[in-house]
Design a protein around this ligand. Structure first.
Ligand SMILES: [Fe+2]
Length: 346
């Protein structure tokens, strides 16, 4: 990475952007696991109950509130009048946080290294040698009137990548019912990925679509017509309702988006994604090391398409005065953290 940044200071945004065209691990379709894996392989997504305890989930939700307060912008979780952009750090879609070193906060790494969270991915991939993305978190206040919001059904896999190559997850910290902000999933859509993209498709135009020059390699936005295409083929768009401590997994080919929160509940989520280290090449591992050492985030992809999140949080055309490049609480760097970061080998 060092040499690349020296020779190409601004050009290269994404490292190890390779496009595999088949499943990276072959799963026996007839195998019966007798657990959540059966549903996952059938539908491309699954809700796993009680991966961490309710108490532990509350610990993380409180930590996230404290994180918002650390910015000293007047945010108060008990005063809805302070649930506005002026009182909050800069987020995407009203609650996704990737900047300010947040992806490497102590709480983010504590969540990634929860033994039961790691175990989910160990079981899924059939290996203990995993690496993690440096993904963001979602803290969404309900009923905000200061933001514009519209659904943005998308998938986080480039149409050129075929087969199952990444599986995303989120760890849920707060009660999450039908009116609360939460994950919408198009059940079954991962299986139809190849069929859908067998013909040329244009990513839909959306007000929140990142500009092409930012080169998000693994993002495709679906139009309303596309949503119907999947529904006509038996897929079902549904909201995942969750209790604190639950975990959701979805194949990155699955259409999804976050529902706008309309209940009374603040949404608290950490996005977590792990894949086998063997999927990563040296370029990917080097880029991950750079991100880890500089507290930079990545996309959901742990092993390729490593895109150091170097963009500064903007308030209008100005960099947020609270811009920072380090977490408030630095992570405790254990061997597990270093291995999941891809820095240390197994
Ligand atoms: Fe996504």
């Amino acid at each position: 990475m060092a040499t690349q940044t020296e020779t190409e200071p601004t050009k290269k945004l994404t490292f190890a952007a390779k496009f595999e065209s088949k499943d990276l691990i072959t799963f026996d379709e007839n195998k019966v696991y007798g657990d959540w894996r059966d549903e996952f392989h059938k539908n491309g997504c699954v809700l796993i109950k009680g991966v961490i305890s309710e108490e532990r989930a509350k610990y993380y939700a409180d930590k996230q509130i404290q994180w918002l307060k650390n910015f000293d912008l007047g945010f108060d979780e008990n005063k809805p009048e302070t649930w506005t952009a002026d009182h909050l750090p800069v987020s995407f879609k009203g609650g996704m946080y990737f900047a300010y070193g947040s992806t490497h906060e102590k709480m983010a790494w504590e969540a990634r290294t929860e033994p039961a969270v790691i175990e989910v991915f160990e079981k899924l991939w059939g290996t203990k040698e995993l690496i993690s993305s440096f993904d963001g978190m979602n803290i969404s206040m309900p009923n905000r009137t200061d933001i514009k919001w519209s659904p943005w059904p998308h998938c986080d896999q480039n149409p050129r990548r075929l087969g199952m190559q990444a599986v995303q997850g989120l760890l849920n910290y707060a009660p999450n019912g039908p009116n609360d902000g939460g994950l919408m999933l198009m059940k079954g859509s991962a299986k139809l990925f190849n069929e859908f993209f067998a013909q040329k498709r244009e990513s839909a135009d959306h007000e929140d679509a990142p500009p092409p020059e930012l080169e998000y390699m693994d993002l495709f936005l679906f139009s309303e017509k596309d949503v119907k295409w999947f529904e006509e083929r038996g897929c079902e768009l549904f909201k995942v309702n969750m209790d604190p401590g639950d975990f959701v997994l979805w194949d990155s080919r699955t259409m999804h988006y976050a529902r706008f929160p309309e209940g009374n509940q603040i949404r608290h989520v950490q996005y977590i994604c792990m894949t086998p280290r063997q999927f990563a090449d040296d370029e990917a591992l080097e880029a991950k090391k750079h991100c880890f050492e500089n507290y930079m985030g990545t996309t959901h992809w742990p092993h390729c398409n490593i895109r150091p999140a170097a963009e500064k949080p903007m308030r209008g055309d100005k960099v947020c005065p609270k811009y920072r490049t380090e977490p408030f609480e630095k992570p405790v760097v254990t061997d597990t953290v270093l291995r999941l970061a891809g820095v240390k080998s197994y």
